[in-house]
Every structure is written in C-alpha cells, then in structure tokens.
Design a protein around this ligand. Structure first.
Ligand code: AMP
Length: 374
C-alpha cells in the first residue's frame, strides 16, 4: 500500500555512492532526514547523511537497524543482496519492493521482462557453460557480444566475438556466471529514457538523452538526443510500457539502441537514477533525484520540462586536476564532485553540466580543458 512520507521523517538509502549522495541532497532540500547503509565510513552519501550505518549491504543486523531508523527505504544501486532486500520488505516500508531488483540483477530475467512488456531486444541465447555457448552460437551468428548474466557494468564481463575463432575469448566469462550471447546491434546512437512512477501509477519520462561511451564508460550525455520525433515517441512509449509491466515505483533507466531506420532496441534497464540523467539537476524543472524522492514518498510527480539544451560530461579520476584548473575559466559549467577520497584512473569522481544552445562550443570548451577521454 502506498504511504505518504512527510518532511521530517527519515529516508533510508542502501548504498553510499554518488547516486545515493545526490538522492540525499534532494531529500534534505525538502526537509527529510537521511540514513545510509554503506560498508565504507567516508562515502559520498555518508558525507551528507544524518545517520550512517557502516556495514556490508547483506548484514542482517545492519539491515534491521536501517529498518528501525527509516520511515521509508530506497536503494541507489541494483547489485544489492536480493534476499536481504526481500527480508527488509517484511520489516520496513520499501515501496519499490524487491522484485524489480531480482529481475534487473539478471540479464535473462531482465530481457524476458522487456519482451513480456512488448518491447524489442537483440536476438540472444542463454548458455550455462562454454560448451553450451559453442553449441548454440549459430542461432545468433557473428558478430555477437557475450555477457555475464550477473554483475557486469561499464563493459566489464563482456566479450565481443567477431568469428568462430574468437569463441575461446568468452570462456573465462563462465567462471563468473551463466552468460548470454546477443547479436551485435549496428546502432546509429545510444539513448536512454529515465522513467519514474509513483504508487498511484503516475508516470513521467525525463527528456531523452543521447549517450556517448568511451572505453565502455559513459563519457557524455547530450540532451535533447539528436533523434527524430518518431524515435523519441517510440523510446518514451517503450520506457513507459516497461515501467507499467514492472509496476515500477521509483526510477528505471532504460538504455536503448537507435537503428538506421529510426527503430529502437532495448539494451538494458537500471532500477535507479542513472548517470545519463544527471543533466536534469540543472537543466530540468525537476531532477531525477527529486522526482525519485517524490515517487518513493508518495508525492505526485511533476511533468519534466527541459529548460535548455545541455551536455553532461563525466569527470573521471584523471580529469580532476584539469577540472580544478578550469573552474575560473568556465563560470557556466555546473560542477559536481562526489567527495571520493581517491582519484583513480577511470573512476567516476564527478560530472559537469553545461546548458547551451551551442553544443559545438561547449564540446570545444570541454576538449580544451583536458577533461576529454579518448
Ligand atoms: P551494457 O553493459 O549491456 O550496457 O553494454 C555496454 C556497452 O556495450 C553498450 O553501451 C554498447 O555500447 C555496447 N553493447 C552492448 N550490447 C551490445 C549489442 N548487442 N550490440 C552492440 N553494442 C552493444
């Protein structure tokens, strides 16, 4: 049953990373208290939370403590322990439930749900062992991508196979989990739709973002995506269909490929605010984080509007120094750093958003500043 959670009450967040931090900042703006469960002491979310529970995500005692101090519980990433979350649904108010996490933690159940919702995915086969992959790969053909069913992110746990000779490259993926092999989609663009829904069934999509990856890591999101109105409509309709099918409460980021003919193929979903939606903090009348808090607290949703075309660029470990040197040069950049202690190469340390009508100039600024990945 949907409950209204009021300012002054406490929102518990599982996970202390940057998504939790930005959720917490949005929650605190409205006067909520925030509790976070996270194994490290000095986490991005822990730095802004009122209550820190420092323990592993599946620690039973810690989950009980989180339940005790929180009026509502949400999470900032999907690879949390399903059994722990399920148990939490019995002792605390977790409006998002545990099913969405179960489904999206596993590429097989995720793809099945997308297909059941009536949306297109790339052709795929499931293989429990390397031998099964070798036996069934002819159903997909080459090129194809083999992905671990669980736990992959930013291109980890994936292998592109161009021909039969490449097959052995995929063997070690099976040490991690069951795998799927999916047909390589020759897309023209990657886009994402962040769809948000509350317990009353109100559904809103943020403006479609166009995502450019470098080394499998999201490099930049351009909004509005440079797609036709027809593709935009298809993308939003697909995201809303998946959200309805999953009876979403909260946030679902739906990543898609755009085809030459303007059609779309759904790649994957994440049941949380997403890196490609960070632009909404400045560029929309409602950020993905504020909308998420509204959704889990039972508030009505606000229809998102884009104030201005924008570009969001991720700041990785190797970009922190050049970014710091750019602060005085670019007053129009909105700078977000997540408070992570160690700036490791390719670690997401922050992002910038530039609202501009002149995308070429903004891209040039970013390139000149040295926060550009190649
Ligand atoms: P994923 O972890 O599934 O989001 O994949 C990471 C990236 O690999 C995507 O953003 C795409 O650039 C690429 N990719 C994944 N699956 C496919 C596919 N079936 N066809 C072409 N490119 C893909």
């Amino acid at each position: 049953m949907t409950k209204m959670i009021y300012p002054g009450q406490t929102i518990g967040i599982i996970g202390g990373g940057q998504l939790g931090r930005m959720m917490a900042v949005a929650a605190k703006e409205a006067g909520y208290k925030v509790a976070v469960l996270e194994p490290t002491m000095d986490s991005p979310c822990g730095q802004v939370a009122d209550i820190r529970i420092v323990a592993p995500y599946d620690d039973e005692g810690a989950l009980e403590e989180l339940a005790e101090v929180s009026d509502v519980i949400t999470y900032e990433f999907e690879n949390i322990d399903y059994a722990g979350l399920k148990r939490l649904t019995e002792i605390a108010y977790v409006p998002q439930g545990a099913e969405l996490v179960r489904i999206t933690q596993n590429r097989v159940t995720e793809k099945a749900a997308i297909v059941e919702a009536g949306c297109p995915v790339a052709p795929y086969v499931v293989a429990d062992t390397y031998g099964e992959l070798v036996a069934s790969i002819h159903q997909i053909g080459f090129p194809c991508i083999v992905k671990t069913v669980r736990g992959g992110y930013d291109g980890k746990g994936q292998q592109l196979l161009k021909s039969n000779e490449d097959l052995p490259l995929a063997e070690e993926l099976f040490e991690h989990s069951q795998c799927i092999a999916e047909g390589f989609v020759s897309f023209t663009k990657e886009i994402s739709v962040i769809v948000q829904r509350n317990g009353q069934g109100e559904t809103c999509c943020l403006p479609v973002g166009e995502n450019i990856h470098v080394n499998h890591i999201l490099h930049e999101t351009i909004v509005p995506a440079r797609i036709t109105e027809d593709t935009e409509k298809k993308a939003e309709e697909a995201a809303a269909k998946i959200a309805d099918h999953l009876e979403l409460i909260g946030t679902l980021a739906v990543e898609m490929f755009v085809l030459e003919d303007g059609g779309i193929i759904i790649n994957e979903c994440a049941p949380r605010p997403h890196n490609s939606g960070h632009y909404s903090i400045e560029a929309c009348n409602i950020s993905q984080f504020t909308q998420h808090i509204r959704a889990v607290c039972g508030w009505p949703l606000r229809k998102p509007r884009l104030w201005a075309p924008s570009i969001m660029v991720n700041v990785l470990g190797q970009h922190v120094v050049p970014l710091t040197n750019s602060i005085s040069k670019y007053p129009d950049w909105s700078i977000h750093l997540y408070g992570k202690a160690e700036a490791k190469v390719n670690r997401k340390m922050g992002h910038i958003t530039i609202m501009t009508d002149d995308l070429t100039e903004a891209l040039q600024q970013v390139e000149d500043s040295g926060i550009w990945s190649e």
